[in-house]
Design a protein around this ligand. Structure first.
Ligand SMILES: C[S@@+](CC[C@H](N)C(=O)[O-])C[C@H]1O[C@@H](n2cnc3c(N)ncnc32)[C@H](O)[C@@H]1O
Length: 202
C-alpha cells in the first residue's frame, strides 16, 4: 500500500491524521480509543497486541496501567510511528500490516488483541482492510489468544455481520456503544468484542 500520510496541527489547535487525503482521526474526542484499551484491562490483560497506532491513545491507555507487561503494536505506516513519541520498555512497534503480525504470533500467546485499523467493516478508509473484519483473520486472532483472552474491535457502527463472525470463534460477544460528542452533536462509536473459550480449541 502506498498512501500519503499526514499528521498535522489544525488551526483550532487539534492534531489530525489523514491518509491519502482522507480524515482518519484527531485528538479532540478520544474516549472510544481509550475505552478500547479498558475493555482489555478490565479482563485482566497483561500481554496485548494492538492493530493500528494512530495518534497513540489506545496504546498510551494500556501503558498507563502498571499491570500491563507487553504491548505489541502493528502499524502500517512508518510516518505514523515517527509522529508518536511513546517511549516505554514494554512497547514494541512493528511497521507492517496487522494481518502479517498476527500470523507470525504463536498460538495462545496474548491476553488481548485490539483492532483499530479502520472505521469498521461498513466504512473502510482502505479497501484492503476488508479482510481484517472477515472470518479467516478473526479466527487467526482467536488462535493467538490465551483462554479467556479478549478480542475487541473499534467500529464506527454496530455490525450484526461482524458480531456473527465473532460468535463463530469466541464466546461472550458484546457490542458496546461508546457515547461521543462530535462537533457538538451527541453520537456513538462502537466496540465489538468477544472472549476466547476457557479450553483453547479454535
Ligand atoms: C484510527 S487509527 C488508530 C487510532 C488509535 N486507536 C489511537 O488511539 O490513536 C488507525 C491506524 O491504523 C493504521 N492501519 C491502517 N490499516 C492497517 C493495517 N492493515 N495494519 C496495521 N495498521 C493499519 C493507520 O495507519 C492508522 O494509524
Amino acid at each position: 500500500m502506498s498512501d500519503e500520510v499526514v499528521v498535522r496541527r489544525r488551526d483550532d489547535g487539534a492534531t489530525e491524521l489523514r491518509v491519502s487525503g482522507v480524515f482518519v482521526m484527531d485528538d479532540v474526542e478520544t474516549s472510544s480509543e481509550r475505552r478500547l484499551a479498558r475493555v482489555a484491562l478490565e479482563n485482566g490483560a497483561r500481554d496485548v497486541l494492538v492493530g493500528g497506532l494512530g495518534l497513540g491513545f489506545t496504546v498510551s491507555a494500556l501503558l498507563a496501567d502498571t499491570s500491563v507487561r507487553r504491548v505489541l503494536v502493528a502499524e502500517l505506516h512508518d510516518e505514523v510511528v515517527a509522529e508518536n513519541h511513546l517511549d516505554d520498555p514494554r512497547l514494541t512497534v512493528v511497521v507492517g500490516d496487522v494481518r502479517d503480525v498476527v500470523a507470525a504470533q504463536p498460538d495462545a500467546s496474548m491476553d488481548a488483541v485490539l483492532l483499530d485499523v479502520d472505521n469498521g467493516p461498513d466504512f473502510l478508509v482502505h479497501p484492503d482492510n476488508a479482510a481484517v473484519y472477515e472470518g479467516a483473520f478473526l479466527a487467526e486472532c482467536a488462535r493467538m489468544l490465551r483462554p479467556g483472552g479478549t478480542l475487541a474491535i473499534w467500529s464506527m457502527a454496530d455490525s450484526e455481520a461482524l458480531r456473527r463472525i465473532l460468535a463463530a470463534h469466541l464466546t461472550d460477544v458484546l457490542a458496546e456503544s461508546v457515547p461521543v460528542t462530535l462537533q457538538g452533536r451527541a453520537e456513538a462509536y462502537w466496540i465489538l468484542s468477544g472472549r476466547a473459550g476457557l479450553s483453547f480449541a479454535s
